[in-house]
Design a protein around this ligand. Sequence first.
Ligand code: C2E
Length: 698
Amino acid sequence: MSAPVPPPDDSPAAPQTPAPWGRLQQWWAGLSLRASLLWVLGVTLVTPALLLLVVGQRIAQTQQQTLLAEAMQSVMVVGAASLGDPMWAIDMHAIEAAMRRLLDNPAVVGVRVREERPDAQAIEMGSPTMLARLQRGEAVDGVVVRREDIFREGLLLGSLQVWFDTRLQSPAVRQGQWQLVALVLLQMCASLLVLSVFLTRRVARPVERLKALASAMVAHGAEPSARTERRRLDELGQLGRLMFEVQQQLQDSFGALEEKNRQLQHMALYDALTGLPNRNLFRELVEHDIGQAQRAGGRFGLLFVDLDRFKTINDALGHAMGDQLLIEVAHRLRSTLREADVACRQSGDEFMVLARQVVDWQELATLSERLLHALARPVLLGNTPARVSGSIGIAMFPDDASDFETLVKHADVAMYQAKSLGRARYSFFLPEFNTRRQASVALEQQLSEAIERREFVLHYQPQVHAQHGHMVGCEALLRWHHPARGLLAPGEFITMAEESGLIAEMGLWVRDEACAQLARWKAEGLRPGVMAINVSALEFRDHRLVDSLRDAMMRHDIAPQEVEVELTESALMADSDTSLRIIDRLVELGVRLAIDDFGTGYSSLAYLKRLRPHQLKIDRSFVRDIATDADDRAIVKGVIGLASTLGMDVTAEGVEDEDQRSFLCQEGCTYLQGYGIARPMPAEDMARWMRERVVASA
Ligand SMILES: Nc1nc2c(ncn2[C@@H]2O[C@@H]3COP(=O)(O)O[C@H]4[C@@H](O)[C@H](n5cnc6c(=O)[nH]c(N)nc65)O[C@@H]4COP(=O)(O)O[C@H]3[C@H]2O)c(=O)[nH]1
């Protein structure tokens, strides 16, 4: 077991007074290179100079003392000699005169002559204060006394005492000393000057420049003037070159990093595919405008643009084409807007527009129309011309919301409203749309649970031979028994299923149920003919479509000729290899192929040639006004003519009355389908209908 760790001591540490050596180290460490060089120079030059001076002084002193001793000796000898005669003659004046001459010597501060004669007084001369101190027996610094006996003809006449001030130097010695000091100082200054200039130029300044280079490297700045260092051949030159190389490498790395940084910033704010601002940047711009509009007053519009059926095009033509389409859409939005307005890609096929400084709703309506118009122009995707439309929802600040999120939400809700009104249009936000949108979201949730709850059911609409009137087959049409809203037609949920991806699972169920029903009718002895099954364009990207259809046919013992797959023209636009291979595999499987709603899409005749479907189904919108609209008549005739030339059957959809029926029969239409023959009905009703027809024709 480990010992418990003591809690960290939070009490402030007692301030430690650094030892003198420590303080010196601290001070030394704090010095700049130049200052420390100067200090070293100073110490190394001044110390020997001082030593030189001291030693010189000592030598000078020794010399001085020798000279002084000799000088004192000669003064004593000469003095004693000069006093001999006057003392012999007891000539006091001459004695004093001789003493004064001795005092003329500047080193002599006092003279005393003592005679041996009885009663003779000692005679003293010199500085009175000095004499007084000497008489008191005080020692005076630097003053020495010499004594010399005075003889004449072998007779001791007295003695001479002289006090010398040894502090007085001889001028020659003093001059010599000054010269030495001056020389040493001169040499010291000269050395200091030369060395400091040399060291400053050769070491301190280059090091400072290298330091500046290093600082510039740290600050990522431009290269400072360290070129001179790089030209040198010594260690500092090598260091300069190395640092320069490091700096170049760093600059390259910084350049690359800055570029990366710029790219990252761009990625963080712009959409990589279209180059438009992304939602983050758009939000910032809108929030900025909100702030400005709140301060200064003002309005702006937020438009939510969603492409209609983009998913279908994307899945049918492939993602590369889908991307190309989005780029083109972004370009069109941008070029339709005013300079000040901002378009952003919100996600997928959703775009947003910030329409700045808007005065009224009319202005936004005009802008939306211009945008819709721009989007509606055909786009060439590879070699395939495609048409795309957009639905636009509009919310206005501050009328519909005063914050970004709510503005977007309301514009989104308005966009859904535009979609539900039939797409390719714009809609302003109204508070009640919120409830509708919520209902739509709830419906999507319920749709995802509908298969498990067995709420789907198939209705069947018969198809008859145009000339003979006998039943040739029926179309399986999906219905949803909604728990609250009752029976819903596909128009109310197929798009939602396609957009949410639920269509795949639903398609699986439809194919199985249609084959199962066909088998049941056959088992009942009925002859329903061919079962036409609708397949969404989105399912043509998944090979499981073929496998699941084969499985369903095998499971229920249905022959391929008894099944017809109805695909829309958008699936035909499927330029992608996958879609075309799936269609080829369906043909290989032996099932019939029909092009649904023929004439409403943008299929190219080349596809008809390539795929050779068994039949074309004329959309009911052309059949509806056959009686009154010459164009529709011409189109219907044209489709029938085309089909017969290519050896295909034609089924006319939406046949409701006798006029339509007779026109179609007359033009050679192969099969008819519509309320005029029978409405779509549940399986049991369909069985009854078949039985009644058999009875009627018998
Ligand atoms: N006004 C009028 N309408 C007529 C007449 N005769 C038939 N109709 C309607 O026309 C539609 C024909 O189907 P569609 O063109 O394949 O168009 C279908 C088809 O594209 C799609 N759909 C239906 N069932 C399925 C399905 O199981 N899977 C997929 N992917 N789509 C389906 O939903 C579309 C609509 O289906 P429904 O609402 O059942 O509408 C059916 C049918 O009820 C007529 O004389 N007058």
